[in-house]
Ligand binder design. Structure first.
Ligand SMILES: Nc1nc2c(ncn2[C@@H]2O[C@H](COP(=O)(O)OP(=O)(O)OP(=O)(O)O)[C@@H](O)[C@H]2O)c(=O)[nH]1
Ligand SMILES: [Mg+2]
Length: 470
């Protein structure tokens, strides 16, 4: 998944620009990978933040930085050897100090301060992040930062919208994700909007299912802020089997919604589900290109991500949903790197962490050249995983069930698949790893501590309030 890898390095959010009190953040670009997740967290906690978004210093940029310092309410600097070396960081601190700003230094690691830094920083507050655990750190931050720099509203509920023409399969998709879809009783056409606040694949979500009949569509466009406003993620469902004129109608609908987002400075993630993609017939493949073109034209340059889904290809919908959620939670940044370093270090072919509902928390695939290799091998992984869950162990070459762990190995030729259940307080996470060498299995076992830690962090991200007392 090349595109996804590229997303990983993107900035966590747009810098705040406005008249309300905000925090100016100074940091060394060399520390971006450590700093961005922290900024992401502050942002999640509703702090207004200005930072340079990774833009390199340039003459015209200096003025904006200076202004941003001049008008900030609070100044945070992330300290590290790289920050101490950076003359930009130093300039920002001295300017903030000259303007009598409240300053907070956050030490990312133990860093001896040169005297000029020490002179400025020691007068102000500082936090040694490296010496605190996650929770202590969060609490300290919470206590230190004035509430006035937070947005007033409660944390934005992540509104997930399902839109598309009538009969495109929106409600079916939601039911399917909740494991409540019954082919014998397909859903009735949705009357107007159905809101749901339930878990989807084990993840708490707030869903808006916008009935697609024309009479409802007219109502949405009459009060767009009420129906489209504050959406974090939109699944736009297109029935790939429909006639051409319906596709054009769908494209018009999408265009209208995107226009609303544009005019109101909203930028939700948009996923186009080319749904009812029940088989890979030439006809459908041809339609796929047609639909892509239509939708892209409608979207202008608004980024779209396309998925082919069908209720008859059971993994297609969870794979799409997991991808979308990882975008929404900006989770990949930090964790994708961890899983990659584990994967690279033990030469795993692929590694997947999935919850018991099939939600993919993290995945790694060594085969980078073929970007979509993972998606192709996923059905295979899942069928093993289902078997593993059913405990029909006949096909496994080894199966160990102990109180503290449950492991199965499946070998074909040189390829071994290792399954493990990782137990947490209320949740079980399944690890599936594919290795090419015999010794690989043992190497993964040695990494299980790290893998479990990662899985735990991921659960905490996706399930608010999830915390296992250690
Ligand atoms: N072939 C096929 N049919 C599907 C698929 N998903 C849903 N359907 C069928 O499509 C029909 C419409 O599904 P709904 O989920 O009600 O569609 P909707 O988008 O919610 O429609 P409105 O509520 O009217 O906007 C139902 O008969 C489903 O069984 C799929 O992947 N493949
Ligand atoms: Mg419906």
């Amino acid at each position: 998944m090349k595109n996804e890898e590229a997303d990983v390095s993107t900035i966590p959010f747009k810098a705040y620009k406005g008249k309300l009190p905000y925090i100016f953040v100074s940091y060394a670009h060399a520390d971006a990978t450590r700093v961005y997740p922290e900024l992401g967290r502050l942002y999640e906690n509703r702090y207004r933040i200005w930072y340079d978004q990774g833009i390199e210093y340039a003459a015209e940029w200096v003025e904006e930085i200076a202004n941003s310092i001049a008008y900030c309410e609070f100044f945070i600097v992330f300290l590290s050897p790289a920050a101490v070396e950076s003359r930009y960081v130093w300039r920002e601190i001295s300017y903030a100090s000259k303007l009598d700003k409240k300053i907070l230094g956050i030490f990312l690691e133990e860093t001896p301060l040169p005297r000029k830094f020490d002179f400025e920083i020691s007068v102000f507050q500082n936090i040694s992040k490296f010496a605190l655990d996650e929770k202590e750190y969060e609490e300290t931050i919470e206590k230190t930062l004035p509430g006035s720099m937070r947005t007033d509203s409660s944390p934005p509920d992540r509104k997930i919208m399902f839109a598309g023409l009538d009969n495109s399969g929106k409600s079916s998709m939601i039911l399917f994700l909740q494991r409540r879809y019954d082919p014998a009783h397909p859903p009735r056409p949705t009357t107007f909007v159905e809101r749901g606040s339930e878990t989807i694949l084990g993840i708490p979500c707030l869903t808006y299912d916008l009935g697609g009949q024309r009479k409802y569509m007219l109502k949405y466009f009459a009060q767009p802020e009420k129906y489209f406003g504050n959406t974090s993620l939109m699944f736009f469902v297109v029935d790939i089997q429909e006639e051409d004129w319906r596709m054009s109608e769908a494209a018009e609908y999408l265009k209208g919604i995107i226009e609303y987002f544009r005019n109101n400075n909203q930028q939700p993630i948009i996923i186009i589900c080319m749904h009812k993609f029940d088989s890979q017939t030439d006809k459908l493949l041809e339609r796929r290109e047609h639909v892509k073109q239509l939708m892209e034209t409608s979207a202008g340059n608004y980024p779209l991500k396309f998925f082919e889904t069908s209720i008859y290809i059971p993994q297609s919908i969870p794979v799409m949903f997991s991808y979308a959620m990882s975008m929404l939670y900006a989770v990949p940044n930090e964790h994708q790197k961890v899983i990659k370093s584990i994967g690279d270090s033990v030469r795993i072919k692929s590694l997947v962490l999935v919850n018991e509902n099939g939600f993919i928390l993290a995945k790694y695939n060594a085969d980078n050249e073929r970007g979509s290799a993972f998606e192709h091998s996923f059905p295979q992984l899942v069928s093993f995983y289902d078997e593993f869950k059913k405990e029909s162990s006949r096909s496994f070459s080894s199966l160990v069930e102990k109180e503290e762990y449950y492991e199965a190995i499946y070998t074909i030729g040189d390829i071994s698949m290792l399954f493990r259940v990782l137990y947490f307080d209320k949740i079980e996470i399944y690890m599936i790893a594919k290795v090419e060498e015999k010794s690989g299995v043992q190497k993964i076992r040695e990494q299980l501590g790290e893998i479990k830690k990662l899985a735990y962090k991921l659960i905490c991200e996706y399930v608010p309030g999830y915390y296992v007392p250690s």
